[in-house]
Design a protein around this ligand. Structure first.
Ligand SMILES: C[S@@+](CC[C@H](N)C(=O)[O-])C[C@H]1O[C@@H](n2cnc3c(N)ncnc32)[C@H](O)[C@@H]1O
Length: 293
């Protein structure tokens, strides 16, 4: 952040376009709070986003300045507000079949292999974790692929954990209801497990029970301890670590690696390939890593 003179700060504080004064110190304090509690590093480019999203909270709480808001957040009554703060600053953009080559790989190397190995016996176990699942499009995409490739999937012990820090996106994921236009993102071969309600454009999509029953949505902050049991056959943590700094990312990848079974897979977002050595992980495709067998 470049140093600014007092007069520049004063101008920012009384910017007539803004309803609330928002100084460098206000932004820095809130960015620091976000980093400590979520690992999200809010860069200067997120300043307007932070202002716009948190202004709503100031209005709702009847506060007049961001300084008051920060004090409230850090104060004895700020516990409940922490969740709303996190929901406000997290970026939840996602879609079905995003970065589609991951699902092609997952289909052939994980789901189809599983079906071949366990098809007849019906006793296979598989665990998949979508870490930073947002509104659920990622775990439902994984569920569609699993359901398609594994005949009689309900006979097996196949389960998926979908977690996020943001409670609002998790409720949406658990409902499994999306706008009808999202159907365009989903290849036709997977439409059978999705119900269509109402108009083609303005109506809704409801993920079917066969998909929903595979997924458990839970709140989990990746910066804290993880009450999850491995080992996982695959972990998807995509477009989440992009908001974290390098040491945080490195430590997360080490923790994921320990939870992946030998020979299992880690999928990360396209713009967040891992730099440096990651013991135990081998890069096998674009942003696809395998835990050494
Ligand atoms: C851009 S979305 C990615 C969604 C999906 N994985 C995808 O690639 O389409 C990033 C998600 O990470 C979540 N997130 C950010 N910090 C987190 C943390 N510390 N613990 C858990 N989830 C976090 C956000 O709430 C958000 O829903």
């Amino acid at each position: 952040m470049s140093p600014r003179s007092d007069s520049a700060i004063a101008i920012a504080e009384i910017d007539p376009k803004r309803e609330f004064p928002f100084s460098d110190a206000d932004f820095r304090n809130l960015a620091e709070y976000a980093y400590q509690h979520t690992g999200i590093a809010l860069s200067e480019s997120k300043r307007d986003l932070v202002y716009n999203r948190l202004s709503r909270r100031l209005r709702a709480l009847g506060l007049r300045t961001f300084r008051e808001y920060h004090e409230f957040l850090e104060g004895p009554q700020g516990g409940g507000e922490k969740e709303r703060f996190i929901n406000s600053v997290s970026t939840n953009h996602t879609r079905f079949f995003r970065e589609a080559h991951h699902f092609t790989h997952f289909r052939t190397s994980v789901a189809a292999n599983f079906a071949r190995a366990h098809g007849a016996s019906g006793r296979g176990r598989m665990r998949v974790w979508s870490a930073g699942c947002s509104t659920g499009e990622e775990p439902y995409t994984i569920a569609m692929v699993l359901k398609k490739e594994i005949p009689g999937i309900a006979r097996h012990d196949v389960r998926m954990l979908a977690t996020d820090i943001d409670t609002e996106v998790l409720s949406k994921g658990a409902r499994g209801e999306y706008s009808a236009s999202a159907l365009q993102e989903i290849p036709a071969e997977f439409h059978a497990d999705i119900e269509r309600k109402g108009d083609r454009q303005l109506g809704k999509l409801q993920m079917g029970e066969a998909l929903r029953s595979l997924i458990t949505f839970r709140q989990l902050n990746l910066m804290q301890s993880w009450p999850v049991k491995g080992p996982f056959d695959a972990i998807f943590c995509r477009n989440v670590m992009i908001y974290f700094d390098a040491p945080t990312k490195k430590s997360l990848v080490e923790r994921f690696t320990k939870l992946i079974r030998p020979g299992g897979w880690l999928y990360i977002g396209h713009s967040e390939s891992l730099i440096g050595a990651h013991p135990g992980l081998e890069l096998v495709g674009r942003t696809i890593y395998r835990r050494e067998p």
